[in-house]
Design a protein around this ligand. Sequence first.
Ligand code: SF4
Ligand code: SF4
Length: 389
Amino acid sequence: MVATRPDIDTISITRTFDGIEAAAHRVISQTGGMASFIKDAKIAVLKPNFVAGRSAETGSTTSFALLKAVAEEVHACGAEPVLCETPGTEFDREATYTILGVEKFCADNGIRIVRIDPEGGEQDWIELQPAGAKRLRRFRIPRFMQEACFINLPVLKTHVVSTMTLGMKNPMGILPRPDRRAMHTLGIAQCIVDMNRGIKPDLTIIDGSVGQDGEGPLYGDKADLQVLVAGRDSLAVDLVCCQLVGIKPRAIPHLKLALEQLGQPSWNLIGEDTGVIKQFRLPEQKTVYRFIFWLMYPLDYPYSWIAERGKHFCTTLYSTGLVGTRPQINEASCTRCGICVETCPLPNVIDLKTLQVNYKTCQRCLLCYEACPENAISVKGYSGTRKPL
Ligand code: SF4
Ligand code: SF4
């Protein structure tokens, strides 16, 4: 990770009309070439956004094509690409990897997956205490990242809690769950700024090959932006992304704080002048929803004292099947054809006899909902205001 923010960044914008891989090689070349980011590092940590088991086609997660191109560039520099990512606390890492097909993709492309202890066991982590941090005064990053090149690969999408999730927010996925809990409890906007005082990616490439508008980051509208944006300075990259989707950066709480506290960055644009590709609609700010979502994190402190290690208040709450986005089978319309069971990437989640979904293991990917030929599956509990897909 570079220690300082560049004085003037070079930001590259390119469309993906000729394919995501070709576009990825282009932005890497335009921002200085992979060797300039890798330097002497033997490892390059690729940090995608795999927040949940929702495919890149939905605009929720980073596309494999982008990861593949980056891994090729890292290999060509003689370094090893390593994937490190833990989904949102309410989702299971292994089940998420299974749904997305991460294991096979990484095996096919020479990417090593590092599975660090998400609960922050001492052996895997080192603590950072970034100077100038206001609320997140200490947090941990994976120990092996100290000498590694850090390549940040977020998605260009909206977020019902942080309004947008771009380059500055994405490194949250490499922090252990207790530190993410602290970020939510102490105030996500300020904590994102504080985190970025300690974590400075060597390169950020924002995946807007699809992107998500409205009630992102999981169940919003596909945006079909067909663009990649790359640079070294996460704040500068995020500001450019806001321009592409017609959003004022100061409407995004953590970008507003970043501009006030870190200052306005400077950059040179290279690549395509796209103007506003699509005017985004930010998620509606529902105070009650936001408060209930926030409350899950402070409540997790006492809960984790009594719960088994690795269990969290939100996972237990979601497993009741009473909250969160979830599929539900309507017995009257169901023909028991079994297609949903065959489609579900996880074993024994849907019981065809009882037509019940096991919410302890269901990862809310909604593939069953999309596959049902009888429209017998409805989606409950959308966090936003939109109608079901
Ligand atoms: S796919 Fe639809 S109709 Fe077929 S078993 Fe599942 S819910 Fe019933
Ligand atoms: S039951 Fe449906 S939503 Fe749940 S994991 Fe299976 S396919 Fe995904």
